[in-house]
Design a protein. Structure first.
Length: 397
């Protein structure tokens, strides 16, 4: 079995030049086929793929993520129909909370592997009588223990991370450790859209973020968004064997997406990147310090304007774009103060959805809490020149 990251090719065909094996990946967004659907209300982009072409490979898809329900229940049903027709197993979404949490059991090398798919709370999570995806939570502990009684190995696939960060939060790391204690053998992490590190903990393997596996390069630019970690799992013995490779994304001659292994200089660069990522696991203190560094560095870019909080110190630089947005927002606020009325425009409604997403998602909350705590001086600043140099090399390499 090959564990891979985020799969969202949109309108492009995908060719996979990879070793043989079933690919377990995160299906980032619904597959709509020929259906034309209206996006659901939310903040951020609405993603979908028009078709699924397996390129002669066997897939297992994890559906629990923040984009699977971008086109509502109709998008979910379209996706299930397409995957069922292609004979692709999946889990992580359903007509209600109970169905969304159901595990998937597959057999490989004569062993039964139980798989649970879940994600951080964002738009589209299932409720008791509402379709959607499975939200991560403490229910996973008992679910893992129960599943382990009937299978040989358990994989928990979790869509959770601060996007663009090469490090996990200490809080998420602690939760993954808890799942290993409960009986999980592998944590399959994704959502950061750039590769993160990995660690072995007790007898388990934790992969914090594998990166973009098969995505449309036109939507992601370049750099660390266009390569990923792929993990080869061997279930032939009583203990899981594993090895890692790197894959990059190229545009094929016909304009499609080609995913293949990398060697030579590119592999050396990716090795260096991962060595730096894995420094977060040298100690709890280093994990915390690197997390603070990335939160402060990226705080204004993603949170400053909606929160009307550019930070407290010059160590939180303002982008040129955000300077203009602050100026515009200041004028709007002045107008509201003079007139005594708050504008209710589409932009303001969208800002409300953005704020909702910030406060319902654990990673967003953790970033804001960490950055504001450090910048205001209410949290001990653990950053050093070493952590700054590490983050600078990872982000701007």
């Amino acid at each position: 079995m090959i564990l891979a990251g985020d799969y969202i090719p949109k309108q492009k065909a995908v060719h996979l030049d990879l070793p043989p094996g079933t690919i377990l990946a995160n299906l980032e967004g619904p597959v709509l086929g020929d259906r034309v659907l209206t996006p659901s209300p939310k903040s951020g982009p609405s993603l979908y793929s028009r078709a699924f072409e397996p390129d002669g490979r066997s897939f297992i898809f994890m559906l629990a993520n923040n984009h699977l329900m971008d086109y509502g229940e109709a998008g979910l049903e379209a996706t299930k129909s397409v995957l069922a027709k292609a004979g692709v197993p999946f889990c992580g979404a359903g007509a209600n909370l109970e169905e969304a949490r159901l595990p998937l059991v597959v057999t490989e090398s004569g062993k039964k592997i139980g798989i649970i798919s879940c994600c951080e709370r964002q738009f589209g999570c299932a409720e008791i009588a509402q379709p959607g995806v499975a939200e991560k939570g403490h229910w996973l502990v008992s679910a893992v223990k129960r599943l382990k009684q009937s299978v040989d190995f358990v994989i928990v696939s979790c869509h959770a991370a601060f996007e663009h960060s090469p490090f996990p939060s200490p809080r998420l790391r602690e939760f993954y450790h808890l799942l290993i204690h409960a009986g999980a053998d592998v944590i399959h992490g994704h959502h950061s859209h750039v590769p993160q590190g990995w660690e072995t903990y007790r007898d388990g393997l934790i992969l914090y973020g594998l990166g973009n596996f098969a995505v449309d390069p036109d939507s992601w630019g370049k750099g660390n968004y266009l390569w990923s970690i792929i993990v080869h799992l061997d279930f032939s013995s009583n203990k899981i064997g594993w090895s890692l490779s790197f894959a990059d994304i190229r545009v094929s001659e016909k304009g499609g997406i080609c995913v293949g292994l990398v060697e030579g200089d590119a592999r050396e660069r990716h090795d260096r990147y991962c060595q730096l990522c894995n420094m977060a696991f040298d100690s709890d203190a280093m994990n915390s310090a690197l997390w603070q560094e990335i939160c402060v560095l990226l705080f204004d870019r993603y949170y400053g304007v909606p929160l009307h909080s550019p930070g407290y110190k010059s160590t939180c630089p303002l982008t040129t774009r955000n300077r203009l947005r602050y100026l515009f927002d200041g004028c709007v606020s002045l107008l509201a103060g003079v007139s005594g009325r708050k504008l209710r425009s589409k932009k303001e409604l969208q800002r409300g959805l953005t704020m909702l997403n910030f406060f319902q998602c654990e990673s967003h909350c953790s970033v804001m809490e960490t950055a504001l705590g450090v910048l205001s001086g209410t949290v001990l600043d653990q950053r050093t020149k070493l952590t700054y140099d590490i983050v600078k090399e990872l982000i701007f390499s």
